[in-house]
Design a protein around this ligand. Structure first.
Ligand SMILES: Nc1ncnc2c1ncn2[C@@H]1O[C@H](COP(=O)(O)OP(=O)(O)OP(=O)(O)O)[C@@H](O)[C@H]1O
Ligand SMILES: [Mg+2]
Length: 261
């Protein structure tokens, strides 16, 4: 007997995979997230969602493949994030998002929107960040930083590109922070965990919390970013007997002096 083919459109394979993940980790992908994924597929932003690269508290990052064969990174914010309230202050103080309501879904959707807007602003100004491709709902699609489907390592796991010359990476990062400040953006979560070491040096990722300089806490955030990055590089610089002064580097990134050494 020949079986009749069902006329109903079968869900794409990746949607099935997501439903499998849903079974293991309850409610990572609600119905609307699955619909947003279908939207990206229908609009040929990517064809298949291949595998998760990272499953953090706030987001799951997937490697996906576009029709052209190119890899893209798909960052899906968890709509059930229990710590969403921590995101509120980064949104509320930012003039672009000041109308935000103190509601979980509103916060999370705007969080993804903010990451996309920040990436776009930084990328257009030649900051080393992944190229943003598209945003919808709680999902940000961006350039995949990696080779052969494997993401580049983070600064935390790999160390500087050239351990003999940590100043190359330090310079690139500090100049990126400086450029961001110049265009009115403060990352607000710079650390060795949010920097990937690519063939083109360090790239800054994880931009959702980044705020405009107009945010009332931006001074505090930029100080922390500079302090974090100096603290990380200090152990490499000690060998070279390079002393970094927090205040000088801070003034440099704010454009108040021409060099930081
Ligand atoms: N554009 C990208 N290309 C390749 N890999 C990426 C990309 N963006 C993120 N990743 C991978 O996903 C990981 C987590 O990304 P990110 O820091 O943006 O998310 P997160 O929300 O901070 O996650 P976590 O809660 O785990 O810190 C990175 O360390 C990196 O391995
Ligand atoms: Mg991160």
């Amino acid at each position: 007997m020949v079986r009749k083919r069902s006329k109903r459109k079968r869900p794409p394979k990746s949607i099935k995979q997501l439903k499998e993940i849903n079974k293991v980790e309850e409610k990572v992908f609600d119905r609307n997230t699955l619909l947003a994924i279908s939207y990206f597929q229908n609009h040929k932003i990517f064809e298949t969602l291949d595998y998760p690269i990272s499953m953090g508290k706030e987001a799951v990052v997937f490697k996906a493949t576009a029709e052209s064969g190119n890899n893209v990174a798909v960052k899906i914010y968890r709509v059930e994030n229990p710590t969403f309230i921590n995101m509120y202050k980064y949104l509320k103080g930012d003039p672009r998002f000041s109308k935000i309501k103190k509601k979980r879904l509103d916060i999370i959707l705007n969080w993804a929107k903010k990451e996309f807007a920040n990436l776009r602003l930084a990328y257009r100004n030649k900051v080393h960040v992944p190229k943003p491709i598209k945003w919808r709902r709680n999902i940000v699609v961006m350039e995949f930083l990696g080779k052969h489907g494997i993401p580049y390592p983070t600064l935390q796991s790999y160390g500087p590109t050239d351990p003999e010359h940590p100043e190359y990476d330090f310079d690139q990062i500090i100049n990126d922070i400086r450029m961001m400040y110049k265009i009115g953006l403060v990352h607000a979560d710079i650390s060795e965990y949010n920097i990937m070491i690519t063939d083109n040096g360090p790239y800054i990722i994880d931009m959702a919390q980044a705020v405009l300089v107009k945010h009332p806490l931006s001074e505090q955030f930029i100080k922390k970013d500079v302090k974090n990055i100096i603290k990380y590089f200090d152990k490499y610089f000690k060998r070279e007997l390079v002393e970094l002064d927090n205040r000088k580097v801070l003034e440099y990134v704010k454009g108040k002096r021409e060099e930081y050494r």
